[in-house]
Design a protein around this ligand. Structure first.
Ligand code: CU
Length: 364
């Protein structure tokens, strides 16, 4: 019915539901409003210290190359679209009058018709366009496959539902959801997954690379300007896929070395009684089964390494800004901000909780 008489069907059903035309107009506006509001929920951004992950705003050599390819394909696509639309309009406007007399029509069809346009428009032109696109694609693939020079900075990244384990094997430390890199230096990445397929994507620095369980993909990124670049998981991996973000912090060489040195230290010894008590709470509760804090008895492997969690920008892989209030909220009920994530709720006496918070914040 919808195929045969689309207008009738829609008019009938909409009048059944909404009654008179004026009511219908109002209903349409309401529906549009709902749709817009629905879409706007996607714009909520809690971590606005990092830029928008815009692939057309390249800040690294590989991303710059991909941006060029994007624009080439965009303009070719636009040209084809305009050509086809233009021709369609031309035909609609200048269509030949249908020949009324059937006899005349048969005479007409005996005439030799020129079908060569099918070959030009349907075969030759698309082939030329596809060859151009193929050429630029292969060129970009070759240009972005390997870094221009090799550096000795290497980072191993393991995807988990739904956070990123980040290891610096040479410097011998682990962190999560955040990586520092020196500006202007290519950094080699080894990507794998602990569970399902994820995909590593920092649009301003490079394209996407999948994290596949049981296999290691090599990739690289380079930032040409200092800044905080937002990365996102680009392969749907479950309910909290959208809250599986990470930050690439590009800094000067000196700042990078300073950061790496600090990260490779074990947790500082408690400076006061509250922190000491918090550390004991951490070590004697479930926390230690899932989290590692180097320099303490906690060496769980199921959650992010928390040795320097106090220095991180976000909590829950970009879900919350890392501050005291959010940290407290996260520890008490991580299921509120990120429903379904693998950390359970805690039910600690408030004094233990205060101590735990002080301990977490001391992990800078
Ligand atoms: Cu994902």
């Amino acid at each position: 019915l919808i195929v045969l008489k689309p207008n009738n069907v829609f008019r009938e059903t909409s009048s059944r539901f909404f009654g008179s035309p004026s009511k219908r107009g109002a209903a349409k506006k309401l529906l549009a409003g709902f749709l817009v509001a629905f879409l706007l929920t996607g714009c909520r951004e809690v971590t606005d210290f990092a830029g928008i992950p815009n692939a057309l705003d390249a800040r690294g050599p590989a991303a710059a190359d991909i941006t060029v390819l994007w624009w080439i394909m965009f303009w070719l696509g636009t040209a084809v679209f305009l050509l086809v639309t233009g021709l369609s309009l031309y035909i609609v406007i200048n269509r030949r009058q249908a020949t009324p007399n059937p006899e005349l029509r048969s005479v007409d069809s005996n005439a030799v018709e020129d079908h060569s346009w099918i070959w030009y428009g349907g075969v030759i032109m698309p082939s030329i366009i596809l060859v151009i696109v193929l050429f630029f694609t292969l060129r970009s693939l070759a240009a972005t496959a390997k870094p221009p020079v090799l550096s000795d900075i290497e980072v191993e990244i393991v995807g988990w539902t739904w956070f990123w384990e980040v290891r610096y094997p040479h410097e011998n430390f682990a962190t999560a959801n955040e990586m520092y890199i020196p500006v202007g230096t290519p950094v080699l990445l080894r990507l794998t997954s602990a569970d399902v397929i994820h995909s590593f994507w920092v649009p301003q620095l490079h394209g996407k690379m999948d994290l596949i369980p049981g296999r290691t993909n090599t990739f690289w990124i380079q930032a040409d300007e200092p800044g905080i670049y937002r990365g996102i998981c680009a392969e749907f991996c479950g309910a909290q896929h959208a809250r599986m973000q990470f930050m690439v912090v590009a800094v000067s060489e000196e700042e990078y070395i300073e950061w790496a040195n600090r990260q490779s230290q074990p947790a500082a010894d408690p400076q006061n009684e509250l922190v000491a008590r918090g550390r004991a709470v951490f070590e004697t509760n479930d926390c230690a089964f899932c989290h590692t804090v180097r320099g303490t008895q906690a060496n769980g492997q199921l959650g992010p390494d928390l040795t320097h969690v106090g220095s991180r920008l976000t909590l829950g892989a970009g879900t919350l800004v890392n501050n005291r209030g959010n940290l407290a909220g996260w520890i008490v009920d991580p299921q509120h901000a990120k429903p379904g994530n693998l950390m359970p709720r805690t039910n600690l006496p408030s004094e233990d909780l205060q101590a735990l918070l002080a301990f977490m914040e001391s992990l800078e």
